[in-house]
Design a protein. Sequence first.
Length: 306
Amino acid sequence: MTQTKMIEGKVVVVTGAGRGIGAAISKLMAAHGARVVVNDIGASLAGEGGDKSPTDAVVSEIKKAGGEAVSNFDSVAEFASAAKIIQCAVDSFGRIDCVVNNAGILRDVIFHKMTEDDWDSVIKVMLKGAFNTCRHAAEHFRKQESGSFVNMTSTSGLVGAMGQVNYGAAKLGMVGLSKNIAIDMQRFNVRSNCIAPVAWTRMTASIPSKDPDAAKRIEQRKQVTAEHNAPLAVFLASDAAKEVTGQVFSVRKNEIFLMSQSRPLRGIHRSEGWTPQTCAEHMLPAMKSWFFPLDRTADVFPWDSI
C-alpha cells in the first residue's frame, strides 16, 4: 500500500539536525514530501567546534532518496543568526511552514558545582534558541495564517533528573514558551506543541552509568533508536494535526504519552486569612498527602520502553 505523504510541499526547519533525533526527523519529514532545512553548527555536546560533515551527510541522504534539503550552519543561540536559519528556508524554498526546535547541548554537573557558564550556555542554546527561531518564523506564519512549531522538551524538565538543573530548566522553559506561543498565535492558525523524546543518541550516551540499575537502563535505552521519535513530529507538522496545539507529548519507543500540565490539585480556605502558624497547623497537614515526591524520570517511567 502506498504511504500518504503527510506534508507534501511544506517547508520545514529542523535545528540540531546533524545527528540523532534531529537527523531522523529531517529524513522522515523529507520522506513525507517536505523540503527541509537541516540546521546544525556541528558542535560537540558541550557546544564547541564546528564539523559540517554530519549535516551535509543528512542532506545528501535525503537527496539520494529523492527528497529536497539544504544544509544550514547558523547558530540558534544568537537572535540575528537564528534569523538566517529561517531566511534560508524562505530563500531556498519560498516559504516556511514548520520549525522543529531540537538543538541542544549538555553541561551536566551537580548543582553546587555548576558554573555561571554552564547555566548560561545551556539556556542560550535551548531556551533562547527556541525563542529566536520561533520569533523569526512567527512573522511569516502570521502573514500566511498558518504554521507549526514542534519543540523538543525532556522529562528532565517535566519530571526531574540528577545533575541537570540547567538542562531541566531550559527544557521546562520550552514548555512554557510553547504553550504561550500557542495562545498568542491561535488567532493566526499557528500551532505549537512539545515532544519529550527518548532515544539512544550521543547525548544520552554521554551520561555515565553510576550504578547497576542505571547500567541496565542504558542497555535497554540502546534499543530505542532516534527514528522512533520522528513520526509524531511529522504528524504535528501536518494539516492532520490542525486541532492539536498547546500539548505536551512524550515518546518512548512505540509508546506515545500525553503529559499533564499544571492545574490546581487541592485548595483550602480560611475566612480570616492565613498566618505562618496556621500554614503550619492547617495548610501543611491538609495538603501534605498531595505533595509530589522527588521523582526522577526512571521513577515515573519504571518499565522498559515497549
